[in-house]
Every structure is written in structure tokens, then in C-alpha cells.
Write a new protein. Structure first.
Length: 416
């Protein structure tokens, strides 16, 4: 069939630079990228393409596709991509949408793209457009592959012709020709993650990271790909902490329920009062070390070295007060939510009702944490650390209260 078609492939994909398809060359079918006529006539683009070929040849990476230029009397007209079976991510998801549900596929894809981009950034090279039509997948294992780097064409006076039809995946400052840096790639990769979850619910740990990565103002985005990766790791850790809390609460409920089930039904039950709320104030000063706390706070954040000692001291005092305010407010809210979970009314709930209730309360805590952190003016990663510490501490106290209820009940029965 391919011979009958004389090498003209039926499946073509539109890319920012042109059309990608398989073409018969010297009796063999090769991957080619036929360049757009508008770009071929642009001298700055052709020079940038030759420069990019040299830059690409120096990158030895599993995610880098290499290519050769095909020229005639009129100049460069197409690229011959290295041999192999490739398709764009747009083609992959369109043909096999179930691949998104495979365990670890999305995480591995994002990790690979962050790693290779970080390597390029060390040499001042930026991809700029992570559109699904501009990110390739190797058919054998679906590993992500990248081709031409957008920064090679920075000399072009009008980049809109280069990314026509794909502007939504390119940072605004690039389209406006106002510069490009690592934050431009952070924006584009965030848009790629948005596209992956377009047909499904994006996990909580990705929502916060993608929201910051795709801010219109470059100053509000992550400074580097590594900072973005670390934020994803922190958000996943927070999610595991919340799930562990829910699992611990469920286990405590099962233990208490089993104890109640083994006791005679006619025995009246007396519940002692829980821990006095005033005791929660003691948690505010427990384990706080300004040096270690502030050390974690400043991790990954650039601090202006030109600040005078007095100004730096004022900044640290302000941040310390903001953190203390957040601790007090979040401790109060966490005490309120956890007291609901360990109340007498909830001890008799069914397992399904208890899990649903706890999931709702965990979501409430996360929402409250974000609101209080915004009001106090502290970084989200620092708020995550403090919130996890407070929830863990209060949970231990509440679990002790559950055990006390059990012992009190046994003593009451023995007296009667």
C-alpha cells in the first residue's frame, strides 16, 4: 500500500514548524518535517534552523531527536528526523487515550520533560512550546522526545508566524517578543499538563503547581524547572500525609467500634470530656526554633543580598510574626475540625459514613490552610510544613483521648 502511494503517508501532523509524516527516500521510509513556506522565506528562521541543528547535535539525551537539513537551490525545505517510530503526543492520546490511565505514565512523562529541559537551561537553550503536537512519543515505550528548540529562532522579528495556531502553549512574553528564560518553559510545560488532564479531573497536587506555573506575570511563576519539580514533590507529600491521617482515624474508629461491640448492650456508657481547648495554646510554642524554621522557609527562595542588617532583621521579625499568626489560627481551626471527628456522636457512625466524613473534613482543612496562609502572607510550602506538624500533633492528642474513653467505659462497667 505504501509503495502504491509512492511514499505519501496518510497520517500527517501539523507542527509549529510544518508537517510531520513518513516519506519514501531512497527506497526507505523516513521521518520528515516539511517546513512551512512562510518560514522558508524567512532568512532569520533559516539561519536559526542551522544554528539549532548544531546545538542539537551536541545534546546526547534519550529525549532529544536529531535531524539533518534537506536543501535545494531555493534553500532549506525540510528536516529528516533520525530513524525510529515516533508520533506526536496529540496522535498518541487520540489513538490510545487509555495510555493516560496507565500507572506512572503521566508522572514519568513530566519528570522526563523537566529533566531534559533543566539540562538545556544550563546552556541557555529553551524549548518554549510544549504543545502536544510539538512533543513526540517513541512508539516502543511512549518516552517523550523533543525536536527543535524555540530559543534558536530568537532573532526572528515576529515569532507569531513561528507559533501560529499554538499561541496558547507559548508564554505571553515570548509572543510579545519581550524576552525568554526558564520561566517561559515553566509556563509552556504547565499548559502541557493542563492539556493532559483536559478530559479528566486534575489531582490536587498538580492543581496548585500548574496554577502558579501558568501565571501571566513571569515574576509570579517558578524560577526554574527544578523549583517546579520540588513543588510537585512537596504537594504529593502533603497528600500522603492527609491520606495517612484519614487511615489512622479509620483504624482508631475500628478499634473503638470493636471494643464497643464486645461489651454488653445494656451497659450505660459515660463519656468523659475531651482535652480542654485552653491546652491547645501550649502547642504554639512547642518545638519552634527560629533558625531551623526560617532555614526551611528560605529554601529555594532568592533573598536580596543588598539588604542592610537592620532591614534583614525587620524582614525576619515580620516573617516570624506572620508564621506565629498562621500557627495560632490554623491550630484553632484544626482543633475544631478534629474535635468533630472524635466527638461522641461520630463514634457510632458506620465505616462508610466515617470515611466520607473524614474526607470532607480533610478537604476542609486543606482549604482553610490555603486561606490562612494567604492572609498571613507566608509561602505555601512553609504553610504545608507547619500545617502537617500541627495536624500530626493534635491527632496524637485526640487518639489518646479515644483510648481514655475506652478505659473509662471498662471502669464504669466493673463498678456496676
Amino acid at each position: 500500500m505504501l509503495n502504491a502511494q509512492d511514499g505519501v503517508a496518510s497520517h500527517k501532523e501539523e507542527l509549529p514548524l510544518g508537517v510531520f509524516y513518513k516519506k519514501k527516500i531512497d527506497r526507505k521510509y523516513r521521518n520528515v518535517l516539511e517546513l512551512k513556506p512562510l518560514l522558508i522565506d524567512n532568512i532569520a528562521f533559516c539561519e536559526g534552523l542551522k544554528k539549532d541543528q548544531q546545538v542539537t547535535a551536541g545534546f546526547v539525551s534519550g529525549q532529544q531527536l536529531h535531524y539533518e537539513l534537506h536543501e535545494d537551490s531555493s534553500g532549506v525545505y525540510e528536516l529528516e528526523v533520525e530513524q525510529g517510530n515516533y508520533q506526536t503526543f496529540a496522535q498518541l492520546i487520540d489513538a490510545t487515550p487509555s495510555v493516560l490511565a496507565r500507572q506512572g505514565f503521566i508522572e514519568r512523562t513530566i519528570k522526563r520533560l523537566i529533566e531534559v529541559s533543566a539540562q538545556w537551561h544550563e546552556q541557555g537553550v529553551f524549548y518554549l512550546c510544549y504543545a502536544p503536537q510539538n512533543v513526540f512519543a517513541r512508539k516502543a515505550d511512549n518516552e517523550p522526545m523533543l525536536l527543535c528548540h524555540g530559543s534558536s529562532f530568537a532573532a526572528m522579528s515576529d515569532l507569531t508566524s513561528l507559533y501560529e495556531g499554538f499561541e496558547s502553549f507559548v508564554a505571553p512574553e515570548v509572543i510579545a517578543h519581550e524576552g525568554m528564560d526558564e520561566r517561559s518553559d515553566v509556563y509552556s510545560l504547565g499548559k502541557f499538563i493542563e492539556w493532559i488532564y483536559e478530559q479528566g479531573d486534575m489531582p490536587y497536587e498538580y492543581k496548585k503547581v500548574v496554577k502558579k506555573a501558568t501565571m501571566e506575570d513571569p515574576e509570579q511563576r517558578y524560577l526554574t524547572m527544578e523549583a517546579m519539580r520540588q513543588a510537585l514533590v512537596r504537594q504529593k507529600g502533603l497528600k500522603r500525609s492527609v491520606l495517612s491521617l484519614a487511615a489512622a482515624l479509620l483504624l482508631a474508629l475500628l478499634v473503638v467500634g470493636l471494643f464497643f461491640e464486645l461489651m454488653p448492650k445494656t451497659t450505660p456508657v459515660e463519656f468523659v470530656e475531651g482535652v480542654e481547648k485552653e491546652a491547645s495554646e501550649d502547642y504554639l510554642d512547642d518545638g519552634f526554633n527560629p533558625e531551623t524554621e526560617l532555614g526551611v522557609w528560605y529554601e529555594g527562595i532568592d533573598v536580596d543580598d543588598t539588604l542592610q542588617p537592620e532591614e534583614r532583621k525587620q524582614l525576619e521579625d515580620y516573617q516570624s510574626k506572620a508564621e506565629e499568626l498562621f500557627r495560632k489560627q490554623f491550630t484553632r481551626e484544626a482543633e475544631r475540625v478534629l474535635s468533630k471527628i472524635y466527638s461522641k456522636d461520630r463514634m457510632g457512625l458506620s465505616e462508610r459514613s466515617f470515611i466520607a466524613s473524614n474526607n470532607a473534613m480533610a478537604s476542609e482543612l486543606l482549604k482553610t490552610q490555603g486561606e490562612l496562609a494567604g492572609k498571613a502572607g507566608i509561602p505555601s510550602d512553609r504553610a504545608d510544613h507547619i500545617a502537617a506538624e500541627i495536624v500530626e500533633k493534635l491527632t496524637r492528642e485526640k487518639q489518646k483521648g479515644v483510648n481514655k474513653y475506652g478505659f473509662q467505659r471498662g471502669d464504669s462497667q466493673s463498678e456496676e
